[in-house]
Design a protein around this ligand. Structure first.
Ligand code: NAD
Length: 301
């Protein structure tokens, strides 16, 4: 069996896609990248990736196509639009979409892919930009077991946990459940810290107390929303980089849709969605989602 690594086309080199593609290059895969923002391709070019002038140029000769894009409309138009890539991919190509999009959109594109003789899985990620850089993402896959198995070695070059949640779209359902919970505990963490600091507590001391107590959670452990408590988090860098409020607001909209379709009660998720909408419309859309602390600070006396 040949040990040659499959040529990969990588589309969407933002906060997440950029470092993910760089990890594939570092693992020895021949990677061709494309992003509509040319600047996003510069760093990848220096890392050793080939660059393309369009998505269709990037996928020429690729055995595997990975996309990491902002939303479902963009993913649908990339693959199934007028000049959709499905028309030009060779039969048997494996498409891995790691964007967070509606499960229904993921199923629509996967069905179109199947009709075109292309294998497709949804493989949204959890872990944030630090995990994307470190190659320690969690991939949450939906699709045929054999396609997930074929994707596994590639995903392992970018992540450390690879789950198969179920059939096509199941990866997106699990991802949205997780992100709704993330939004809720981030807001709760910000509320607790804001209240404690207003009572004169040091946010570092309060964080250490809650981390060792029953309020401990991921936001406190690795993504503290209070500036200056942790060094390498967006809160300590003007809430730049990380996971944008716009994207969290999108995910909470997807959670609301899933809840309506499945007749599930999500009172906390719905409230989190409204708070992130308020924060987004107050002008914070491009800040990291931990900046929700600022919304609470502004609403105090
Ligand atoms: P981003 O906005 O930083 O990056 C998106 C990139 O896609 C940009 O570089 C943009 O120029 C490019 N793009 C948009 N339309 C395109 C098109 N038609 N063709 C080619 N390139 C195009 O977003 P991100 O933070 O990297 O997130 C990407 C996806 O990953 C989203 O679906 C998001 O919900 C999800 N996600 C993000 C994080 C995070 O912490 N940032 C964590 C988990 C999942």
């Amino acid at each position: 069996m040949s040990t040659e690594k499959q040529p990969i086309a990588f589309i969407g080199l933002g906060n997440m896609g950029g470092p993910m593609a760089a990890n594939l290059v570092a693992a020895g895969y021949p990677v061709t990248v494309y992003d509509m923002n040319k600047e996003a391709m510069t760093a990848l070019e220096s890392a050793g990736a080939a660059t393309a002038a369009s998505a269709s140029e990037a996928v020429t000769g690729a055995d595997v196509v990975i996309s990491m894009l902002p939303n479902g409309d963009i993913v649908k138009s990339l693959y199934t639009g007028k000049q959709g890539l499905l028309k030009s991919l060779k039969r048997g190509t494996l498409v891995i979409d790691s964007s967070t999009i509606a499960a229904e959109d993921a199923r629509t594109v996967a069905q179109a892919a199947k009709a075109a003789g292309v294998r497709m899985i949804d493989a949204p990620v959890s872990g944030g930009t630090a995990a994307a850089q470190a190659g320690t993402l969690t991939f949450i896959c939906g699709g045929e077991a054999e396609d997930v198995a074929a994707a596994r070695p590639i995903l392992e070059a970018m992540g450390k946990n690879i789950f198969h949640a179920g059939a096509s779209g199941a990866g997106q359902v699990a991802k949205i459940c997780n992100n709704m919970l993330l939004a809720i505990h981030m807001i709760g963490t910000a509320e607790a810290l804001n209240m404690g600091v207003r009572q004169g507590l040091d946010p570092k001391v309060l964080s250490a107390i809650m981390q060792a107590s029953s309020g401990n959670n991921w936001s406190l452990q690795v993504y503290n929303p209070y500036p200056g408590v942790m060094e390498n988090v967006p809160a300590s860098h003007g809430y730049q980089g990380g996971f944008m409020v716009n994207l969290m607001a999108k995910d909470l909209g997807l959670a609301q849709e899933l809840a309506s379709k499945s007749h599930s009660a999500i009172p906390m998720g719905a409230l989190a969605g409204q708070l992130y909408q308020l924060h987004k419309h107050a002008g914070a859309g491009e800040l990291d989602f931990s900046s929700i602390l600022q919304l609470l600070e502004e609403r105090g006396e």
